[in-house]
Design a protein around this ligand. Sequence first.
Ligand code: GRF
Length: 200
Amino acid sequence: ARLVVLVSGGGSNLAALLEAAADPAYGAQVVAVGADREGTGGEAIARAAGIPTFVERVGAYPDRSQWDAALTEQVAAHRPDLVISAGFLKLCGPQFLERFEGRYVNTHNALLPAFPGIHGPRDALAYGVKLAGATLFFVDAGVDTGAILAQVAVPVLEDDDEASLTERIKVAERAQLVEQVGRLAREGWRIEGRRVRLGG
Ligand code: GRF
């Protein structure tokens, strides 16, 4: 399967996917990496691995729908079977969502539907939950509302702060992403309502 990975940050999820994909038995290759800003760690990791990269900044376009169109075309040009948002901090627009419907997954650092948005670990700590975690889901038009593919829980420890909890979640999140993307690539999938089934 052909993967296009979208990043905004350090790219540790991307790095984990690249490492897994180095084994042909994994069943997927990262064919391109896109970012919404210049100079991300994710882009540097992709370049170092010799993978084509592109950057589409919202601010480079007169309006959001033109950015949406440009991002859609950039991603589509790489003919992905699966598009992976790995810490991509932009909400994609309707053109993108339509083109990649059922093929666009995002990893979120909370156990959805609790704590959507960009501060999952912080919000989980503030609420006082004892289990935090990560959710892999197919993106729909809402914010972190799409059909859930997999979740992994980690404990919130007594003396956690945002940094320590964030890091514990990321370790589990990366493993989940690598495992689940490999399964999708090798087995295929279909989405029935809110249920995701492996096997084409
Ligand atoms: C992930 O924890 C994701 O859930 C959050 O940002 C992190 C991305 O990290 N939105 P990285 O860029 O893959 O290191």
